[in-house]
Design a protein around this ligand. Structure first.
Ligand SMILES: [Zn+2]
Length: 266
């Protein structure tokens, strides 16, 4: 099989640690999980045109996961898809269309009405991924602030490759019951050990899950840790925690190929 490529365009949590844009996963160069405020910057850094994005799958409605959407629509309208030839498919939890409409209205009143009307929204909870032949999805509730309708995605390629994206979530049965069967889990590491919240993973909580799923590779994103490669002074700390060997604490721009049996760092 041709290798499947996944890339973390951004790896930071809401507070933008040094050297990181907001967490953003790109699948096969054409599908995004979420659309954070820094999405357009991330695409520019990787020389990917917004019009090359066929599909966006939203996990939940916190600003660091969706506030970049108006900018993507605006860029496509005026720069990369002026003729409106490209279809944008959006998978999202029920009720999300109205949230995006309000967001686009606030950002650019009237300018995005036509763009919004052309987006192919889909609120199904599972099935084929629109715009991504060979991929199926299941969207499932996770443990995060209920106000933002939090979900994760299980994505299955026809080759059998299983990829789970937790969205924002603390440890929960929905993740624990699926992670062990997955080849790759893209997981948030939202908070340090001293922040007491059920809504995010901390290093010790991730360690427990990763040790319970030794055959799964965990790509760690949405992190509070400054990137050790960044020369600017750290905001909190750039000393990465010790994590199990099946965890990769990712950096912006890092990508991997799945060759049918193993994940290879590019
Ligand atoms: Zn969140």
């Amino acid at each position: 099989m041709a290798p499947l490529t996944i890339k973390l365009l951004g790896t930071g949590n809401a507070f933008l640690p040094q050297g990181r844009l907001h967490s953003l996963l790109l699948i096969e160069g054409r599908a995004l999980i979420d659309c954070p405020p820094t999405a357009l910057a991330s695409l520019r850094h990787s020389c990917i045109s917004p019009s090359d994005i066929d599909t966006i799958l939203f996990t939940h409605w916190h600003g660091d996961h969706c506030f970049g959407f108006p900018f993507i629509l605006l860029e496509r309208k005026y720069i990369s898809d002026r003729d409106g030839d490209k279809i944008l498919n959006v998978h999202l939890p029920g009720g999300g269309i109205e949230r995006l409409r309000v967001l686009c209205d606030l950002a650019y009143p009237n300018s995005l009405d036509e763009s919004m009307n052309k987006v192919r929204f889909d609120e199904r909870e599972d099935g084929e991924v629109n715009g991504m032949p060979g991929w199926e999805f299941e969207r499932f509730p996770v443990l995060h602030d209920e106000e933002v309708d939090p979900h994760g995605y299980l994505l299955k390629h026809e080759s059998g490759f299983l990829l789970l994206h937790t969205g924002d979530s603390g440890p929960c049965e929905a993740i624990a019951s699926r992670a062990g069967a997955c080849d790759v889990v893209v997981i948030e590491l939202g908070v340090p050990e001293y922040v007491d919240t059920p809504y995010h993973f901390s290093p010790s909580k991730l360690t427990t899950l990763a040790n319970d799923c030794p055959a799964t590779t965990f790509l760690v994103t949405h992190t509070w840790l400054d990137d050790p490669a960044c020369e600017r002074p750290a905001i909190l700390t750039d000393e990465l925690p010790d994590l199990p060997v099946n965890c990769v604490h990712a950096s912006d721009g890092q990508s991997w190929d799945w060759d049918g049996s193993a994940l290879i760092s590019n």
